[in-house]
Design a binder for this molecule. Structure first.
Ligand code: SHN
Ligand code: NAI
Length: 217
């Protein structure tokens, strides 16, 4: 494995095909369920059956042979090979790559890794160990769950709101950047955030007005 980087994908309207309806297929189907997920497998976990019944994903019960794969993956944004048959997963990977479709192989390398994902409001954190230790990715996610909290999500909302106001108030981008950073570094605004979003927003706007008045940003 070479150097990897995370990219963030808006799942809306994307077709994702998961081969394999076991525990791993279920976890991936759940992660991608904001897109159009189709799971193809001879058997499904109860969790997948339930998601199918609820209309969250589509299930297709059939046995998979490599010859059928090109026909199935047409129009897919991403293919996930998560059957318990490693040779079949490798075939699916090779076929998808030949067709120019992105593919993740749950039982071997494929150049596309599904990370451990932590979300808080608009914040998304993806974690990978380059395939070395998926358990460690999960461990890091669980550790970060106690660190990245609702206050961080609220600060994103606040920054978004202040950024919009600043665009009409301060013509210079560098100055806007400095002001936004001042808010991020202000302990009192952070403390206020955990009590009242509106109070914190007022304090942030006061800080900006004060800075602009004094000419010191
Ligand atoms: C390469 C990768 C391919 C990919 O799927 O993209 C891959 C491969 C494999 N995983 C295996 C095992 C486990 N996987 C997990 C868990 C997760 N695995 C995920 C991703 C990845 N797994 C990619 C690399 C991620 C990275 O770079 O770190 C996560 C992050 C995302 C997700 O799957 O949704 C999700 C955690 C989600 C969360 O909780 O946050 C656990 C722990 C658990 O289940 O609790 C175990 C058992 C403990 C252990 O082995 O560490 C095995 C079987 C090995 C064997 O046979 O022994 C293989 C195959 C192999 O290694 O050949
Ligand atoms: N990437 C990851 O995060 C992880 C990967 N793994 C590996 O992933 C693989 C899958 O794990 P599980 O979901 O727990 O296995 P599982 O045995 O519970 O599920 C596999 C599914 O694939 C289906 N399947 C297999 N061959 C098929 C075929 N030819 N046609 C149609 N359906 C077929 C089975 O019916 C079953 O529903 C295992 O090899 C495991 O070692 C395991 C843990 C985590």
């Amino acid at each position: 494995m070479g150097t990897i980087i995370p990219l963030f994908i808006d799942l809306e309207g994307r077709n994702i095909i998961v081969f394999g309806g076991g525990g791993v297929g279920e976890r991936k189907a759940r992660l991608f369920s904001a897109g159009n997920v189709r799971v193809i497998s001879a058997h499904f976990t109860q969790g997948l059956e339930k998601m199918g019944q609820d209309g969250i994903i589509k299930l297709e019960r059939r046995s998979i042979v490599p010859e059928d794969v090109p026909g199935i993956i047409g129009g897919a944004f991403l293919v996930i090979a998560a059957t318990s048959d490693k040779a079949l997963n490798d075939d699916i990977k090779n076929i998808a790559e030949k067709s120019g479709v992105m593919v993740n192989n749950a039982t071997g390398e494929s150049g596309i890794i599904v990370p451990s994902v932590l979300t808080r409001g608009d914040i998304t954190i993806g974690i990978s160990t380059g395939g070395k230790s998926p358990g460690m990715s999960r461990y890091i996610r669980e550790t970060l769950e106690d660190v990245i909290n609702e206050d961080h999500a609220a600060m994103v909302r606040l920054q978004d709101s202040v950024r919009e106001s600043l665009k009409s108030m301060v013509p210079d981008q560098k100055e806007r950047e400095r002001l936004l950073w001042k808010i991020l570094e202000d302990r009192e605004i952070w403390d206020a955030l955990s009590v009242s979003y509106d109070k914190a927003l007022d304090m942030a706007m006061e800080l900006i007005k004060g800075s602009l008045r004094s000419g010191r940003t």
